[in-house]
Each structure stands twice: as C-alpha cells, then as structure tokens.
Design a protein around this ligand. Structure first.
Ligand SMILES: *[C@@H]1O[C@H](CO)[C@@H](O)[C@H](O)[C@H]1NC(C)=O
Ligand SMILES: *[C@@H]1O[C@H](CO)[C@@H](O)[C@H](O)[C@H]1NC(C)=O
Ligand SMILES: *[C@@H]1O[C@H](CO)[C@@H](O)[C@H](O)[C@H]1NC(C)=O
Ligand SMILES: *[C@@H]1O[C@H](CO)[C@@H](O)[C@H](O)[C@H]1NC(C)=O
Ligand SMILES: *[C@@H]1O[C@H](CO)[C@@H](O)[C@H](O)[C@H]1NC(C)=O
Length: 942
C-alpha cells in the first residue's frame, strides 16, 4: 500500500494545477476590489478588537484589496464586503482557545458594510459584554452566528429589526433573557439556536401562540431551563429539527407534535416526558433521528414505528417502556431496519426473546442493556457487519454463544454483556474477526473454563472484565505479556485462579482487580500508574515491605488498595509516605502486627482505613491526627492499648464511622468525641473503658437526624479511557456491625445506618436521659457494664430503635412505659438486671422472646402473669404491627405491596436485600437503582 500522506499531497498538487490552468481562460472571474470606505470600516473594526494571536494580521492599512483579508468575503461583481468569517476555529489547533479568540469591542463602523449578509463570531470571547444594539441595523444580514462568544447581559430588542435574517445562533452565551418578544419580528427566520440560555423567566411568554416565528425550520432549545413545553411551538408545522434536550419539561408528548410531518430530527432526551408514545408517531414519516432517552415514558413502543422508513437513529434508553423487544425489532423490520445505525433501548422494562437481527445491516450501535430480555442470542447477530458497539448487559439472556455469533462482526470494538446467564464456547484456535477495545463478560460461563487463548489476538484491548466467569487455573505467561500492551482496566475477580502473580510493573493499567481468587506467594509489584488495586480475599502471604517501600518508576498514584482477607504478616512498613494519594486502605483480616507506623500521617487524603482483625498493638499513633479526611477508622479486633485519644474529636472531624471494638483500651470515654457531629456509628465495645457515659453524646447529630443521603459511599477513581470506553471504577464503602452477636456487613445502604455500642466495658453511672434525643439511632447496646438507675423514661422517643440491649447491668425500677412506643424494635435484651414490675403492653414487646426479660423480677406477658399484689404499669397501644422487622428479615420475607406503613426498619429491609451481595462495576448501578426505588416508595409511605 502507498503511504496515504503522499496520496493526499499529490491530490492537492493536482487541484492547484487544475485551478491555475483554468483561471486564465475565464475572464469573468477577475473580481472587483473592495470599496475604500468598507476597507476603512474594517480597519476601525480591527482597532477596537483584542486579537492576542494576531489572527487579523492581514488586515493592514495602505493599499491592497481588503477582499483578500483573512475572513473577508466580497461580492465578486460589486466588490462589497458580503461575509465576515471571524469565528474562532483555532481553539483545537496549536493555539490555545484563549489566545486565539477575538475580544474587546465591536465598532459601529460595521454599519458601513451595507451589504453584509453573513457575520460569524463563533467562540470568541467578549467577556460578558452586551451584544451591541447597532447590530439590529444590519439590514442585509441573513446569517448571524454568535454561538459560544461569551456575550452577556440582556439581548438588545433591536435584533428584532433584522428583517432579512434567516439564521440566528446565540447558543451558550452568558445572556439573561427577560423578554423574547423581539424574536417575533424576524419574519424570515428559519433557523434559531437559543440553546444553553436560561429561558425560565420567559417561559410564561413562550406558552402563547405566535411567540416564536412559526415558519421556523430548525429550533434548538436545549438546556434552557424550561419546565413546561413551550406552547408556541405548536404552530411550527414546518419544523424539520426540534431539539429540546436537557430541560425539565414535565409533560406528555402533545398530540400536535405528531402532525409535524416535516420533522427529521426530534430530540426530547433528558426531560420528564411521561405517558405513552402515541401510535401517531407513525405519521412522522420524515423522521431520521428520534431521541427520547432519559425520560419517564412508559407503555409499549408502538408498532407504527415501522412506518418510519427513513429512521437512522432511534434512542429510547432510560425510560420505563415495557413490552416485547422482538415486537420492536419486527416493526422496525417493516422498512427501516436496513438503514438504522443506532438503536438504544437500555434501562427499560422490555422483555421477551430476541428475534432475527440479520436485517439491521447498517447497525453500528445496539444497546438493550438493563432490561429483562431472556432466551438465547440468535446466530443472526453474526451478520451485523457494521456493528461497532454492542451492549446487552444486565438481562436474562441464556444459552450458548459461539464463534458463529461473531462471524461477520469485523468492526466490533465495544462488547458489554455482563450479568447474563450466557456461556461462551470457543475453540482453542479461534481467530476472532474483530479487534476489541472493551470486553465485559462478567458472570458469564466460559468454556473451556480458563483464560481464553484467543485474547492473545486482541492487540487493542483496553478494558477486560472476566469477573465471576468460573475460570480456573494458573494465569499463563502470555497473558501477562499481552496485558502489558495497554490494558487500562483488568478485572479477573471472583474466579478460581491460582498460582503466583509475577511482578507486572510493566503494565500500564489504571485498575486491576484480581480479588477473590486463590493466588498465593508474595504480593506482586505494580507500576506506579495504577490507581486501584484489589488483591483481596486470596492467599497472598509474606510482608508488605517491598510492595510499600520499593521505589518504582515514579511517585505512586495508588488511590484504592484492597489487600484484606489474605495471610500477610509482619509489620505495616513505615514508608506510607510513598502512597500519598491513598483514599482507601483495607488490610483487615491478615496477620499484621506491630504498631501503626508514624508515616500514616502522610496520608492526608485517606478517607477509609480498615485494619480490623490483625494483631496490631501499641497506642493509637498521634500521627493519625494528620489524616484529616478520615471518614472511617476501623481498628476492631487488635491489641491496641492506652486511652481513646482526645484529638480524635478535634482532628478527625469528618469521621462517620469509628470502631475501636475488641481492643484493650482503658479509662474514660473522652468528652472530646462529642464534637464528631457526623458520627453515625460508634463502636467501642469489648475494651476496658470505665467512667460514665458522657451526656454530651446527645451532640452526635447524625444519630439524631434522619439521613437525607441515600447514596452509597463511593470511592471513585477519576474516569479513564475515552469516548465509548470511558470508565469510572467505584468501590463502595462497607462497615461491619456486630448485631445480636453476629457480624454483619453494610455497604450500599451504609449512609442510612446508625449504631452506638459501648457494651462489655466497665462503664458506670446512670444512662443519661439526654441520650433519648438520639431519635434516629437504630441500634443501641450498653450491655455488660456497671450501669445503675432506671431505664430513661423517654426511651420511647427513640422511635427508630430496632435493637436495644441493656442486659447484664444493675438497672433498677420498672421498665419505662414509653418503651411500648418502640414499634420497630425487633431485638430487645433487658435480661440480668434488677428490673421489677409488669412488662408494658404492646404487641411489639409481647411478641419478643421470653429470654429478653430473664434474670429480673418482671412479670406479665411474655413472662408469667403478675400476681395482683404486684401492681405495676400497664400501657397498651392500639395500632401495633405484628412482629418486628427482624422477623421479616429472618424469614427472608419481604413484600412491598403490603402497605405496612413502611415507617420502620426500612434500612434493615434494604440491608437484607443487599447485604453481602457481590457487586461489580456494571451490577452496582443496578443495585443502586433498587435501593433508590425502595427508598422512594418508603418515603412516600412515611
Ligand atoms: C455557528 O457556528 C458553529 C461553528 O461553526 C456551527 O457549529 C454552528 O452550526 C453555526 N450555527 C448555525 C446556526 O449555523
Ligand atoms: C397559529 O395558531 C393559531 C391557532 O392556534 C392560529 O390562529 C394562527 O393563525 C396560527 N398562526 C400561524 C402563523 O399559522
Ligand atoms: C395520523 O394518521 C392517521 C391516519 O392518516 C390519522 O387518523 C391520525 O389522526 C393521525 N394522527 C395525528 C396526530 O394527526
Ligand atoms: C459475511 O459477509 C460475507 C461477505 O460480506 C457474506 O458473503 C456472508 O454471507 C456473511 N456471512 C454472514 C453469516 O452474514
Ligand atoms: C455540644 O453541643 C452544644 C450545642 O451545640 C455545645 O455548646 C457544646 O459545646 C457541645 N459539647 C461538646 C462536648 O462538644
């Protein structure tokens, strides 16, 4: 093959030769030079313009024809200046956008260009200055392009005098629009772009008819802060292009829109359009591009879509459409299937099987991910020879996918197919026809169940996810060589891979997840580029020394490091200053000993430090104060001694979760802790703490107020890759809570969880009545201490309490009657105190196990009847729910339609759903949706 560059330059040369040879023969082409007064006008214009990159260097005084100046086009016959092309098209070239833009002021000398019909000032920088009102006097102007030129202030109504104007582009300026009346004066206007301009103040006016010129052919109103559909559009039956995306329009698609028979492009995405699409959509036979993605449209997608024979782009993703996908494919097959290039149906409620796909000969992008499509993938997929991007993830597809499914997919680059029940069966010597950039097959079944040898042929692979694919064996050497090519993301987690992992410091990957396998040997070394590394839950052993301390090819970028659940031993090396970008460090469940090294103080970005279940000892180091970003500190189950440092309250003010459980800390709980307003989980159980419970615990605001945030706590790497293959790898924060003696892991719903656990210490004194103001506390455990006095009388105010354990103390008196108000309580333990009298009556308390009350002098259900001499209080409340949420959980029973008045324990419900679920990049989005939806339902019912 010839060098293509050479071919291009040859063609250019030819065209020059041709031009030169033709010109002399054509006398008519000799043009009239420009008019002197117009030349002067241009020079004055230049004088007032800032032109830092000297783009107008050809605009000079003296002799010379101004028709030859940069950006100036004259009428050849008359010599009048007709067009000014002053747009900044250099931004993406060698100049930076600032330096190549024009700025300053537009001189009114422009008015001397009486024949000016075209003015383009695209992407210059007029620094928020007003559009000069004299522009309205350019009577000949037919084309005015001010897009992205950073004009500001109000739009001068004089623009309405531009009676010849056909095209007006004001896209994305800094304009404030209080009045758009002047637009109705533009009686010849065909093309209007006011996208990116806040029109919320004139939305009322936009409702009227005859507001916008009804002869418009193209109207762009994206991102205009519209909340209602401008009624004025209803007259514009000549529209060919209507673009309303990125507004907040809440409306059905109005019936009049289906009469716009000239429409070629209709973009309604990113709004709140709801209701069904009318079957009259089939009347819009000129449609080429239809985009209603990111709305709440529902119902079936009408079969009349089959009448739209010109369709090339059809984007219905992220709505609530239901019905069968095969019906959609069938209707499109009526006439448009051969033309369609993009078909987007993702994130809907579509079901059914896939039918024949072979007709979609031009399809380049097909996305029906996150639906409920089942059955096998038809072999005709292999006919889609234009297919570049295929996303079928998160469905219920099943069956075998084999080589024949890919026969003619020579252009396939992006293949996302995670979370299906599919099996990929390929021969050992398969040579795939494609060169993939992205391959996501997580939760597939691979046959043979090993790393596919054909991956070696994929020299352009950037992202590979084979998580949970049941592959086993030793990772072959070719794989490491191949993956050092340019793989940015590698996920082989949740498999049965074993053997040693070699040092792969030549790999340029940003994200590597090899977690949950059976690798052994010492930790491999990685390149400094890596930002996320997960080697957790394997059998790695040895020390952390080389891994942390060896200098690599540059400063380490590592942000997320997960090494938990291995057999690592030795000390945490004192060279954490090598890892200053760390935001999450998880070393829990290893055999690490020694102190936490002082260099931990270099981790100023660290938000999460998991050291649970090791043999770390010594005092909690003071250098930890410098980790001011910490949100989670988990030192549970180690051998720390000394006191709870007072500086925690002051320095670690972002702490939300603090667990010091099961260590050997002694002395009082410092009052300084009380300034941790964000603390939602405090666990200091099983230490040697003494003294009283600080009354200032009432200051734990996060335990007193209902959490507004329902989002999981994410650790995101900055997105990497680009275009179709850009990724953001999210790790979800988790915390272990001990409840009813069991360790439970919370992750997705962690922000909703609150807990205070001081159990098994030597804490004395009374339970401060003030603590009852922590009304959002869900789990409260004071058992196994030396507490005296009564149960706080206002305990019933803590209406979110789901678990309350006051057992094994020296509490006296009667059970506060207010306790019968705790309707969400599923776990109560008051055993082994000196409580007396009758157990207050409420369905909730009586449904609990008798053991909750053992070892006291209590009577009444569920214990024996009180003898009449006993007296005691008896409170009954009418509308108690049967059983507790804990019971729902234990039975694995959940029915949202029960209308139980979900104002209780909802977090536990979500918890049971999501607890310990394996997650993956693709799947987590799905789970988050469940949480959000449940939360919305629950809030409605509150
Ligand atoms: C204005 O100029 C920009 C840059 O050339 C172009 O993309 C846009 O389409 C123009 N606007 C109109 C309405 O022609
Ligand atoms: C716009 O519609 C109204 C009725 O809704 C009609 O009276 C008026 O003539 C229409 N204007 C144009 C320009 O078609
Ligand atoms: C679409 O066309 C059908 C058949 O011509 C007609 O009955 C129906 O009213 C049209 N829909 C609209 C909204 O004009
Ligand atoms: C693949 O493409 C070739 C050439 O375009 C064609 O002859 C063949 O029928 C196609 N095969 C399939 C399965 O579509
Ligand atoms: C608790 O909060 C109150 C009121 O905001 C404040 O005055 C007090 O100093 C706080 N106590 C502690 C120990 O932080």
């Amino acid at each position: 093959m010839d060098n293509p560059m050479r071919v291009v330059s040859l063609l250019r040369f030819l065209s020059i030769v041709i031009t030169i040879s033709i010109c002399p023969c054509n006398g008519n082409l000799i043009s009239v030079p420009c008019k002197e007064y117009e030349r002067q006008a241009l020079l004055m214009l230049k004088q007032d313009l800032k032109d830092p990159s000297n783009r107008l260097s050809s605009w000079v005084g003296g002799e010379g024809d101004c028709c030859n100046w940069t950006g100036v086009i004259c009428d050849k016959k008359t010599g009048h200046v007709r067009e000014l092309h002053l747009g900044n098209y250099y931004a993406d070239e060698e100049f930076s956008s600032e330096s190549s833009s024009l700025g300053g002021k537009l001189n009114p000398s422009l008015l001397n260009l009486k024949h000016l019909s075209y003015l383009d000032l695209y992407r210059n920088d007029f620094e928020g200055k007003q559009i000069p009102s004299f522009l309205g006097s350019l009577k000949s102007l037919r084309y005015l392009n001010l897009s992205e030129a950073r004009f500001g202030g109000t739009i001068p109504p004089q623009l309405g005098n531009l009676s010849s104007l056909r095209t007006l582009d004001l896209f994305d300026n800094l304009l404030v629009v209080e009045n758009l009346q002047w637009i109705s004066g533009l009686s010849l206007l065909q093309h209007l772009n006011i996208a990116g301009i806040d029109l919320s103040k004139v939305s009322h006016w936009l409702q009227g008819t005859n507001t916008l010129p009804s002869q418009l052919v193209e109207l762009h109103m994206s991102e205009c802060d519209l909340g209602v559909l401008p009624g004025g559009i209803s007259n514009m039956t000549s529209l060919r292009v209507l673009n309303l995306d990125y507004n907040s329009i809440s409306s059905i698609i109005p019936i009049w829109l289906y009469t716009f028979s000239n429409l070629e492009t209709l973009v309604l995405s990113e709004n709140n359009f709801h209701g069904e699409i009318s079957s009259s959509i089939g009347n819009l036979t000129a449609l080429v591009n239809l985009d209603t993605s990111d709305n709440q449209l529902d119902g079936k997608i009408p079969n009349s879509l089959g009448n739209l024979c010109k369709l090339m782009v059809l984007e219905f993703s992220r709505n609530n459409f239901s019905g069968s996908i095969s019906e959609i494919f069938e209707s499109l097959s009526t006439c448009s299937s051969g033309r369609i290039e993009l078909l987007g149906l993702s994130d809907n409620n579509l079901s059914g099987y896939l039918s024949q796909l072979g007709n979609f000969k031009n399809l380049g992008s097909l996305d029906f991910s996150s639906n409920s499509i089942s059955g096998p993938i038809p072999v005709s997929l292999g006919n889609l020879s234009c297919l570049e991007s295929l996303d079928i993830g998160n469905n219920q597809l099943e069956g075998v996918v084999s080589e024949v499914h890919f026969t003619n997919l020579t252009k396939l680059k992006y293949f996302y197919a995670s979370e299906n029940s599919l099996t990929l069966k390929t021969s050992l010597d398969w040579l795939p026809p494609f060169q993939l950039n992205t391959l996501f097959l997580n939760s597939w079944h691979l046959e043979p169940s090993e790393l596919p040898a054909w991956l070696q042929t994929q020299t352009k692979l950037y992202a590979l996810n084979l998580s949970n694919t049941a592959i086993s064996g030793i990772i072959p050497t070719w794989f490491w060589n191949f993956s050092s090519l340019g793989l940015g993301l590698l996920d082989l987690s949740y498999n049965q891979l074993y053997g040693k992992v070699p040092n792969i410091d030549s790999m340029s990957s940003e994200v590597i997840n090899l977690g949950s396998n059976q690798f052994h040997g010492s930790l491999p070394l990685f390149s400094s580029h890596i930002t996320t590394l997960d080697l957790s839950n394997s059998s790695f052993s040895g020390t952390l020394f080389h891994f942390f301390c060896d200098k690599t090819d540059g400063p380490k970028q590592l942000e997320i490091l997960q090494l938990q659940d291995n057999f690592l031993n030795g000390e945490i090396p004192d060279c954490l200053d090598n890892l200053q970008n760390l935001t999450l460090l998880n070393l829990e469940n290893n055999n690490l000993g020694g102190n936490i090294p002082a260099s931990v103080g270099h981790l100023g970005l660290l938000r999460s430090l998991h050291l649970r279940n090791n043999h770390l000892s010594g005092e909690v180091p003071t250098s930890l104060q410098k980790c001011e970003s910490l949100f989670l500190l988990d030192l549970h189950k180690n051998e720390f001694v000394g006191t709870i440092p007072t500086w925690i309250g002051k320095s670690l003010s972002h702490l939300g979760i603090l667990s010091l459980r099961s260590n050997m800390l002694h002395d009082n709980i410092p009052h300084e802790l009380c300034s941790l307003r964000n603390l939602q989980i405090l666990d200091v159980a099983d230490n040697h703490l003494s003294g009283a419970i600080p009354t200032c615990f009432k200051n734990f605001t996060a335990m007193a107020n209902f959490s507004n945030s329902r989002d999981p706590i994410l650790f995101s790497t900055i997105s990497f890759g680009d275009g179709e293959a850009s990724f953001e790898d999210n790790y979800i924060e988790n915390a272990i809570l001990v409840r009813k003696g069991r360790e439970m892991e919370y992750n997705k719903i962690l922000t909703l969880v609150t807990s205070l656990d001081l159990s098994d210490n030597f804490i004395s004194g009374e339970i401060p009545e003030e603590l009852t103001s922590l009304i959002y506390l869900q789990s409260f455990n004071l058992s196994g201490n030396l507490l005296v006095g009564k149960i706080p009388s206002k305990i019933g105010d803590m209406r979110w309490l789901e678990s309350l354990d006051l057992s094994r103390n020296k509490l006296t008196g009667q059970i506060s009657p207010s306790m019968s108000k705790l309707t969400f309580l599923s776990n109560l333990n008051l055993s082994y105190n000196y409580l007396t009298g009758q157990i207050p009556e409420s369905t909730q308390l009586q449904s609990l196990d008798r053991s909750s009350f053992f070892g006291n002098k209590l009577c009444g259900p569920p214990l024996e009847k009180c003898s009449t001499t006993h007296g005691g209080s008896s409170i009954s409340s009418g509308d108690q729910k049967k059983g507790g949420i804990g019971r729902l959980l234990e039975d694995g029973w959940l029915d949202l339609s029960l209308g139980l008045g979900f104002a209780f324990g909802f977090w536990s419900v979500l918890g049971s759903l999501l607890l310990n679920m394996p997650w993956s990049t693709g799947f987590s989005r799905f789970q988050n949706n469940i949480v959000s939806k449940l939360y919305a339902i629950i809030q409605e019912k509150l």
